[in-house]
Design a protein around this ligand. Structure first.
Ligand SMILES: [Cu+2]
Length: 113
């Protein structure tokens, strides 16, 4: 059973995003992903700017393992993502990103730092 509760989270853009080095946005709307299809989990420290039912906007630190610079971006939030504790806008978290067969990364877990 999955229970995602994001009560109290304001869907507003955090001022901290202004600190990000670059900004991009990826359309993942056509993505179909299952856990069995995933590979190459990576972890990253990030600040959550906003979070909603299917995605989160984060400003993440550089992720050398996959060659990403630090940036602000929207990432899909998997339907079965594991959210450890309460995560609110502006919180610093560790993300576990899972790679789908399409090569795109999505948030598989999020835990407050
Ligand atoms: Cu990014």
């Amino acid at each position: 059973m999955k229970i995602l509760t994001f009560s109290g989270i304001v869907l507003a853009f955090s001022a901290s995003s202004a600190l990000a080095q670059t900004t991009h946005s990826i359309d993942h709307s056509g993505m179909h992903m299952s856990v069995s299809q995933m590979e190459d989990a990576v972890h990253a420290t990030a600040v959550v700017n906003s979070i909603s039912e299917g995605s989160a906007n984060v400003s993440h630190d550089p992720i050398p393992a996959i060659g990403w610079p630090g940036m602000t971006m929207d990432l899909p939030l998997l339907a079965d993502a594991q959210i450890m504790g309460d995560v609110a806008q502006g919180d610093k978290v560790t993300l576990m990103l899972l790679k789908g067969t399409d090569g795109m990364y999505a948030i598989g877990a999020m835990m407050p730092n």
